[in-house]
Unconditional design. Structure first.
Length: 464
């Protein structure tokens, strides 16, 4: 029935109940989320969105420098992706029969593999954590070995398998026992050699640039790690769930280092176009052929909603837009401009210690100031909880300047910028101007920032 059911009107439902949004979450969902948002003053009501911007009911414009944790690579409501979804719904395809081969998954796999010509096959799931779970299973089965290595401070997802290779203790606490995997420091080739000598390592999973703290793998590490892994008949797994599809100014972040060719590659987030969840695990032919070794094993790894027509259509539209609009080149060019302008402020503000990253994945790190007055206030915050100063910067960026950002991880004095890849010089100007004003306020020794910091210290509720 094309016109819907007369008993259900989504527009009317939102009009009648939309104002209850925070109450509904408090009552029925994660009750700590609205509590945290109220505390930080992030309890906004956004009415609509387009590209890299939101608008509230009063028509105020907000700049999005978070992109839904990287999901909105093309920004919100890109017309090409919207049309693709309308088209696939209007086509009334016989989707998810489970016993046929629809064209859209094959077409999307072909497009993705064209960007990694050393890889041969794709498995489609529904999220980044599923893409990682697939890679873990495939690596173990294909190598016949049980253990996966990962890096300290890594984030690969929160389901049990991906949590086993999550380098953040706070996410792991209370969920043991996990899989018998082992952490090494990012860039530590000696630790990798020691673990590989034990003979039970199936592979190493690594983010070319870690989302937590925005730390890039050291030059040469991925290439040398790949050689060591292959020498010990193990595989390299690149987790590009956040860094992939142009985020770092290359289509994939591993491509920044010559000679690196991961055996398994995980992507998600931006592939969705911001509409339909999708995850993909790309891999070498020999790995897939070992996992799917006979007709008896045809469904040994599958996903009920994997390869659904809406997700595949969104993915195809995203890749088409990226090619037509030269999104990767824009991410590199705009990212360089933003990083250079922010880095120029490091010598101006003693609380600002480093600006790092690649493309439109940028970390702004704060540190202990040298002047006595600021140092005493910094010490107060650090004694209460590390990471409070970065939160003090994020809050006025939203409340005073209407710019949405995030602290890069728990107990970190780092802000991470991962805006939509479609931003340009006007958005760079707006962010740098606002950030400069916030830092001026912080270094004045007074103002609302430090008042808010004292409030955070008293309440001690951030991230709890």
């Amino acid at each position: 029935m094309k016109d819907g059911h007369p008993g259900f009107d989504l527009t009317r439902l939102l009009a009648e109940r939309g104002a209850e949004r925070y109450e509904l979450h408090t009552r029925h969902l994660n009750h700590q989320l609205p509590r945290m948002l109220h505390t930080l003053g992030f309890d906004k009501v956004y009415e609509r969105a387009e590209g890299a911007h939101f608008w509230d009911a009063e028509g105020n414009d907000y700049l999005d420098m978070l992109a839904g944790f990287g999901v909105m690579g093309l920004g919100r409501h890109h017309p090409v992706v919207r049309k693709a979804l309308h088209d696939v719904l209007d086509a009334s395809l016989a989707d998810l029969t489970r016993f046929d081969c629809q064209p859209l998954p094959g077409l999307l796999a072909e497009k993705l593999l064209a960007h990694s010509p050393h890889l041969d096959r794709v498995f489609f799931g529904n999220s980044g954590t599923e893409a990682v779970e697939t890679a873990l299973k495939f690596a173990r089965y294909a190598t016949g070995k049980p253990r996966i290595l990962y890096c300290d401070h890594a984030f690969h997802g929160l389901t049990t398998g991906s949590l086993s290779v999550n380098g953040e203790k706070g996410f792991r606490d209370g969920f043991a026992p996990l899989l018998p995997d082992t952490a090494i420091a990012l860039g530590d080739l000696d630790a990798l050699r020691r673990e590989l000598k034990r003979g039970d390592v199936a592979g190493l999973v690594v983010e070319p640039i870690q989302g937590k703290g925005v730390h890039a793998s050291p030059p040469g590490f991925l290439r040398e790690a790949q050689e060591l892994l292959h020498r010990h008949k193990a595989v390299l797994i690149a987790d590009e769930v956040q860094t992939g599809l142009g985020r770092t100014g290359d289509f994939y972040a591993y491509q920044h280092e010559e000679g690196v060719e991961p055996d398994l590659l995980c992507v998600a987030k931006a592939l969705s176009g911001g509409y339909v969840p999708v995850g993909a695990t790309l891999g070498k032919d020999w790995i897939f052929k070992r996992v799917y070794s006979s007709m008896d094993r045809v469904l040994v790894h599958s996903a009920s909603f994997g390869s659904n027509a809406q997700a595949m259509a969104a993915g195809l539209a995203v890749l088409a837009v990226m090619e037509q609009e030269e999104t990767v080149a824009n991410a590199r060019r705009t990212g360089d401009l933003l990083r250079e302008r922010l880095a120029a402020l490091v010598g101006r503000y003693e609380l600002l210690h480093e600006v790092r990253g690649r493309g439109l994945m940028i970390g702004i790190e704060f540190g202990r100031p040298s002047s006595l007055k600021l140092r005493s206030r910094w010490t107060m915050l650090q004694a209460a909880r590390k990471g409070l100063f970065a939160q003090m910067v994020v809050v006025p960026l939203l409340q005073k300047h209407r710019i949405l950002t995030q602290v890069s991880g728990d107990h970190l004095e780092v802000i991470k910028l991962i805006p939509p890849l479609v931003i340009g010089e006007p958005e760079v100007d707006r962010f740098v101007t606002a950030f400069t004003a916030v830092m001026d306020d912080a270094h004045s020794g007074g103002g609302l920032m430090w008042d808010f910091g004292r409030t955070l210290v008293k309440q001690a509720v951030v991230h709890r």
